[in-house]
Design a protein around this ligand. Structure first.
Ligand SMILES: Nc1ncnc2c1ncn2[C@@H]1O[C@H](COP(=O)(O)OP(=O)(O)OP(=O)(O)O)[C@@H](O)[C@H]1O
Ligand SMILES: O=C(O)c1ccc[n+]([C@@H]2O[C@H](COP(=O)([O-])O)[C@@H](O)[C@H]2O)c1
Length: 200
């Protein structure tokens, strides 16, 4: 058994809109946890994803994330972004989680597409002081961290799952199944709450 009392806890932070959460997110978090020896991965659904207007209500996205992560004892879900007023910025996510876990080392997990946009994020230069960033591969997206501080950002190749929330929403709206793209409980949640039926 690992003696966590003698070392800093290592906590992954998997931020996302999760509209809906799918197996690409879960595999990425699991792979980073394994490779970096993380004690826990906190999934953090965005409250108001200012770059994704029209996202499904945060409570639906939060509950789907809870359902999807329930089977993994190292996965938890935080409401920090949902319960904060205003648009969601990662700088606030990391500050809040740092305040809740002052002795832990934070690892922010990001796909290749998201990390490519990071210079557009709020207070980007302060982000590195709050967490180490782990950028994971994603089919269809070039993974590059040129220009990012090498000591603060790592690259990790993960199993390639060509799944996106956009495609899941589109499939549901066209009457196609999302079984095996998202966890079973999430399929049932989408069906029960009639999500994504009326997209065009
Ligand atoms: N299939 C995947 N493989 C690796 N990383 C992924 C994958 N899907 C999403 N991610 C990463 O997970 C994080 C949260 O993603 P998000 O919730 O925006 O899902 P998405 O599938 O990209 O959604 P959308 O299609 O609506 O843009 C981002 O850092 C994203 O890059
Ligand atoms: O901080 C920002 O300005 C910022 C801008 C866009 C996205 N993010 C974060 O990136 C993560 C993935 O976001 P998204 O929109 O691709 O689901 C999520 O945690 C967002 O809060 C953060």
């Amino acid at each position: 058994m690992v003696d966590t009392a003698q070392r800093r806890l290592k906590i992954g932070v998997m931020g996302g809109t999760f509209d809906p959460i799918h197996h690409g997110h879960l595999v990425a978090a699991s792979e980073v946890a394994q490779s970096f020896g993380l004690d826990e991965v906190i999934f953090v659904p965005t409250g108001q994803p200012y770059q994704k207007p029209g996202a499904t209500s945060s409570e639906h996205r939060y509950l789907m994330t809870v359902i999807a992560t329930a089977s993994n004892p190292r996965f938890t879900v935080s409401r920090v972004d949902i319960d904060r007023e205003g648009p969601t910025f990662t700088i606030d996510t990391l500050r809040d989680l740092h305040a809740q876990h002052p002795d832990a080392e934070l690892f922010f997990i990001s796909g290749a597409d998201a990390i490519a946009q990071i210079f557009d994020w709020k207070d980007v230069r302060e982000l590195w002081s709050l967490a180490h960033f782990v950028a994971v591969t994603r089919p269809g997206h070039q993974l590059s961290i040129s220009g990012l501080p090498e000591s603060d950002v790592s690259l990790l190749e993960v199993p390639a799952l060509a799944i996106s929330s956009t495609d899941c929403r589109s499939r549901v709206s066209r009457g196609f199944p999302v079984w095996y793209l998202v966890p079973d409980g999430v399929v049932q949640y989408i069906s029960k709450h009639h999500l994504y039926r009326s997209l065009t």
